[in-house]
Ligand binder design. Sequence first.
Ligand SMILES: Cc1cc2nc3c(=O)[nH]c(=O)nc-3n(C[C@H](O)[C@H](O)[C@H](O)COP(=O)(O)OP(=O)(O)OC[C@H]3O[C@@H](n4cnc5c(N)ncnc54)[C@H](O)[C@@H]3O)c2cc1C
Length: 488
Amino acid sequence: MIKDYQTQKDLRDHYDFCIVGAGPAGITLALRLAGNGWRVVLLEGGGREYAAYSQNLYKCPSTGLDVFAEETRLRYLGGTSNHWAGRCRPFEPSDFALSPPVNLPGWPIAFSEMERNLPAAMAILDLPLDSGFKTVNAAFKSDEFEADRFLLSPPTRFAQKYAKELEETEGLDVFINCNCVDLDFDSNTGRITAVVVSDYERQQERVSAKQFILATGAIENARQLLNSKSLAAAGVITEDGLVGRCFMEHLNIALGTFILNEGESREARQFFTKDAFVVEHHSGKGNVTASLVSAVETYGRLAAIKGFFENLACKAGMAHKIEFIAKFNCPGDGELGTMIEQFPNRNSRVSLTQEHDDLGMRMVNVHWELAPEDRETIKSIGLEVAKCFAEEGLGYVKLEEAVYDVSLPLKVVPHAHHMGTTRMASSPEFGVVDENSKVFGTHNLYVAGSSVFATAGASNPTMPLLQLTLRLADYLNHQMGPAAGRYS
Ligand SMILES: Cc1cc2nc3c(=O)[nH]c(=O)nc-3n(C[C@H](O)[C@H](O)[C@H](O)COP(=O)(O)OP(=O)(O)OC[C@H]3O[C@@H](n4cnc5c(N)ncnc54)[C@H](O)[C@@H]3O)c2cc1C
């Protein structure tokens, strides 16, 4: 049943599982565990709909590259699935076999661990199971790129799709407007004993359970751990440790423009790096989308004025003259966009600030930066795409200077894929959670979501994070043994 914690404070004395955050990860885990007969509480900080009082708690300064952390997350039931786009691309064996060319290891688990939960994750995202991931046009003949492949989810909105199950699943209590503000850790037992929750009047109480799972998204999962006073006092979490580090995004870069040769199809093309390319160039993976601009692109509050201005300029053939005022492309121009892998990098991080939010939690800053290896990835992909265009007679590419001159600042826009801040590793030297997503130094605290990604590949994160969440559900179910004390 879904209850509003602001007015209904009827939490039970004790649960088997306490899950914090009701986005795709939290909802999936809660339904799986409750479906197996466990007594589960799912705590959601926001309400049923978007509201400023909740969203304001996501305010988050940033340094380095701009991450748009407030705009790219939603803090209410269903989480960011309330506005995700639904693009799904599976991880590949090489994502788990190749180590990143930086001083951090790759995934500590085998690809098969992900693969076995692919059909179930696809079903959750309403993807057709029998169609496979379709290949979109087109591959080059070279060894460097193949055609990308992906499926589009409707996109699944978790709060709507699972509304009935969240209301009716026996053993599951869902509380909205119920914010986790602290984690109580007992250093004698190595266990979390309770999470501290708060309503919007700052009334607090403790929720106790046998096992706890954070599923609040990659920025907040790190923030929850960094905010826990008792985890810090016990030395399990330190402000300068790995928690919050290795924040990764997929890199959205305007690589350049192209002129299509006469007679070539005007359909958009999506290329994806082949493993041979990644190995040869010691680079990350990447998608390159080549598309023709069909209308003048506008965005922001001045869209109408800008559109008028740009249309006029294109029609009058003066685009190049006013490019220095407002850079844009005219209809018919070709653009090369990307979704490129970023390597884990300790300096790219979520860290505590001295400011507190309205509920008394310390805020975090996101410092997003690229490593030299990322610039090399972007350069290799840009140069190879340009070469393939020319060699195959597709057209001519003009790359942005900052793509091949790595000393120049490069404009990078986020894809809203936040990953890596509680990375999975086989030892605490290299990660925050172990192979089973359990926080190192604790016996009953787990993390679900893309914050556990050891490397990011160039695959959209939601389907893989669900595959891992389903794996975690199996593990937790097995760990607890038969659900004997059901609903006692
Ligand atoms: C515009 C946009 C487009 C996207 N498109 C795609 C796409 O095409 N493909 C793809 O794979 N991914 C896409 N994504 C990313 C996708 O939305 C995320 O990967 C996914 O939502 C993450 O799920 P999650 O459950 O881990 O976290 P979230 O969805 O962020 O859910 C976290 C939940 O925790 C709650 N919460 C936070 N703090 C607390 C607290 N202290 N106490 C209690 N509850 C709390 C939040 O309210 C929220 O409900 C897109 C994102 C954006 C912004």
